[in-house]
Every structure is written in structure tokens, then in C-alpha cells.
Design a binder for this molecule. Structure first.
Ligand SMILES: NC(=O)c1ccc[n+]([C@@H]2O[C@H](COP(=O)([O-])OP(=O)(O)OC[C@H]3O[C@@H](n4cnc5c(N)ncnc54)[C@H](O)[C@@H]3O)[C@@H](O)[C@H]2O)c1
Length: 337
């Protein structure tokens, strides 16, 4: 096989829109969550997991998730009965149009398992790993057909959180990354296709920065777990659900937007507000932030963005208040003799 052939690989077996059957390999928290998502999106799901109690856990997880999925709206042919649990990996992947691997986060397990899946799956079928942080380059080393292996990193629970981060390894063919991104989009996910293999991808790096700082504050006795969770859910977390940290800070700059925010608060990057080293706010970084934020703002004025932010914050607060009221009513019913 020439180097060129290795990089371009085979053509995909099927168009993303024609996928009918998805194999879920590993069916714990994430594999089970993927199974629930694919079932709700109208696919047949074939699952395999070596644990003796895996089928019971999987069926319980899907049954628990189903009412929320019904509320969100099921695809036309969606049914819990479209889930089959099989006894071997080969049986699970032999008839699959796409494979989602969600085994434990250990590199040796992933390397061996992805090689086994690649040997058993039909030619041209794309195989995605749910890994939280390994690169596909390190996981695809033992596979005979590495060109069709990609990372498809979800957020928990995969049946509710829309995000999937897709990235290939050094030996992944471009068509496989494109195919996976198109397929996940068909299946109702919000896809970020990354060109660079970044440890932890994007979402985890942002989450991990906040997490490490929280651990430092608790460790140093500076803040309690309750204070940290309250600060996040009543403050930044509420806004990050819809605008993200960059567009949020665009509004921290008033009429001057991101440019004013960086020029005004840039020196604060040097204050000891986090244990993480801040990047140097070079003119290039400043301009890149301003330009890319303007792209995200897509012509919306600051006034319009503020109105959009406020409506969304009120929607989230109202939705949470409704859940609180329903739970309080349930608790009262349970207390009533
Ligand atoms: N939990 C999260 O929040 C989260 C989020 C995103 C991605 N992930 C990633 O998803 C993957 C699965 O994590 P999880 O949280 O579902 O773990 P989990 O422990 O809940 O599930 C792992 C499952 O894999 C099974 N398993 C063990 N050995 C296996 C093998 N050789 N082949 C196939 N299955 C095997 C186990 O029986 C178990 O059911 C990991 O790569 C993890 O990093 C987890």
C-alpha cells in the first residue's frame, strides 16, 4: 500500500444520509447514552459490551432517558425495540453502517479494541471513538485500516448534549472525518470538525480550566464546593449555555465590544485571578479575538445582542424555575400519606 493510498484510503461504504444501523461498542454511561440518542434519532442500534450485567444497565439507561427524548421529539421510526444486544463484537459490527466505540478510557484498551473493530467492520464503514482526550494518532497504531478511524467526542449525556467534536489522526483519511461530521449532523448533533489534534479537544479544555481552578480553591480553603457551584450556576454558567465565553465578553465591553473589553481588561490577565498562566495579549491575539468575535456576532449590534442574551437568560431561568416547581409538587405528593 502506498503512502498516498494509506492517506486517502477507501471510499465510504454508504452515504451519511443512508445509514440505518449503528453499532455501539461499550455500553456504559456514554455508550448507553449514544444508544439512546441513535434510537431516538430513528436508527437501529446493535450494542456489545463484555460486562455480564451490561445489557440490564443499558436497557435501564435507555428506558430512563426515553421520556425526556419523547419530550424533545422522536424521529419517525424511533423505538426502544430497535435496540439489539449481541454476544460478540464481530456480530455487533458486521452489519453496521457506523460504529461508535465507548470503552473505558485506557490507551491500551482503545488501541486493541479499535484494531479489533477495524478488522471486523465492513470495508469503508467509519469507526468513531468517544475518547475524552486521547488523540486518534495514538489510538490507531494497531489498526489494519486506520484511514477510517476518527474521534467523535460527545458530552454527557449524549442524548441531550448536542455537541460532538470530530477530529482524525495522522493516518485518518480526509473523507472519513468529513463523513463522520456529515453523519453526526444527519443524526441531529451539533458538530465541530477540528483540523488539529488537541489533547482534550475544545470543550474539555475550557471545562478543565474551570475545574482545576475549583479544585485549587477548595484545596486552599478559599471557597467551598457549594460556593463554587453557586457562583457558576448563578453567574457565568447561565450565560455560557447560549453565548459562550467570547460573545459574553463582547458584551462586557459595552458599545466598544470585544476590542474595548480587551483594551480595558487586558492588564487584568496579569492579575492572579487563576492559577493558570495567561497567554501574552499580543496585538495579533487581540486582533484575532476581535475579528473572530465580530464573525460570531454576524452583524448583530451590541444592543441587539444584549436583548438576545437577556431573553435567553430569562428562558433558562424560567425553565429551571418550572423544573423546581414540578419537583416540589412531586415531593409534596410523596409526603402526602
Ligand atoms: N463519562 C463522561 O462524562 C464522558 C464524556 C465524554 C466521553 N467519555 C468517554 O467515553 C468512554 C466511555 O466512558 P464511560 O464514562 O461511558 O465509562 P463507563 O465505565 O461508564 O463505561 C465503559 C463500558 O465499557 C465496557 N467495557 C470494558 N471493557 C471493554 C472492552 N474491551 N470493549 C468494549 N467495552 C468494554 C464496560 O463494561 C462499561 O460498560 C471513555 O473513552 C470516556 O473517556 C466519557
Amino acid at each position: 500500500m502506498t503512502e498516498q493510498h494509506l492517506l486517502t484510503g477507501r471510499a465510504p461504504a454508504i452515504a451519511p444520509a443512508d445509514v440505518r444501523t449503528v453499532a455501539c461498542i461499550g455500553a456504559g454511561v456514554i455508550g448507553g447514552g449514544w444508544a439512546a440518542h441513535f434510537l431516538a434519532a430513528g436508527y437501529d442500534v446493535v450494542a456489545w459490551d463484555p460486562a455480564p450485567d451490561a445489557e440490564r444497565r443499558l436497557r435501564d439507561l435507555v428506558a430512563t432517558a426515553w421520556p425526556a427524548l419523547e419530550d424533545l421529539g422522536l424521529a419517525e421510526r424511533a423505538a426502544i425495540d430497535n435496540l439489539t444486544v449481541v454476544a460478540t463484537l464481530a456480530e455487533a459490527v458486521s452489519g453496521a453502517d457506523f460504529v461508535q466505540e465507548s470503552a473505558p478510557e485506557r490507551l491500551d484498551t482503545k488501541v486493541a479494541l479499535l484494531a479489533e473493530i477495524a478488522a471486523a467492520a465492513p470495508p469503508g464503514v467509519v469507526v468513531a471513538s468517544s475518547t475524552s482526550g486521547y488523540s486518534m494518532t495514538e489510538m490507531q497504531t494497531a489498526a489494519a485500516t486506520p484511514e477510517r478511524l476518527v474521534v467523535g467526542h460527545p458530552f454527557n449525556p449524549p442524548y441531550l448534549a448536542p455537541l460532538v467534536e470530530v477530529v482524525g489522526g495522522e493516518r485518518t483519511a480526509g473523507w472519513a472525518t468529513e463523513w463522520a461530521s456529515a453523519f453526526y449532523t444527519e443524526a441531529g448533533k451539533t458538530v465541530i470538525t477540528m483540523d488539529t489534534e488537541l489533547p482534550g479537544f475544545i470543550g474539555n479544555r475550557i471545562q478543565e480550566a474551570a475545574w482545576r481552578e475549583a479544585l485549587h480553591m477548595v484545596g486552599a480553603g478559599e471557597a467551598t464546593v457549594a460556593q463554587i457551584d453557586q457562583a457558576m450556576t448563578s453567574g457565568p454558567g447561565l450565560r455560557w449555555a447560549f453565548f459562550g465565553p467570547c460573545l459574553t465578553f463582547h458584551l462586557a465591553g459595552g458599545e466598544g465590544g470585544m476590542a474595548h473589553m480587551l483594551d480595558h481588561f487586558g492588564p487584568a490577565l496579569k492579575y492572579p485571578w487563576t492559577r493558570l498562566e495567561s497567554p501574552e495579549l499580543t496585538p495579533e491575539l487581540r486582533d484575532r479575538m476581535v475579528e473572530q468575535t465580530e464573525e460570531v456576532a454576524a452583524g448583530r449590534s451590541i444592543t441587539r445582542l444584549i436583548a438576545q442574551r437577556d431573553r435567553r437568560m430569562i428562558a433558562v431561568l424560567n425553565a429551571l424555575a418550572e423544573v423546581d416547581r414540578a419537583e416540589a409538587a412531586e415531593a409534596r405528593e410523596q409526603e402526602t400519606p
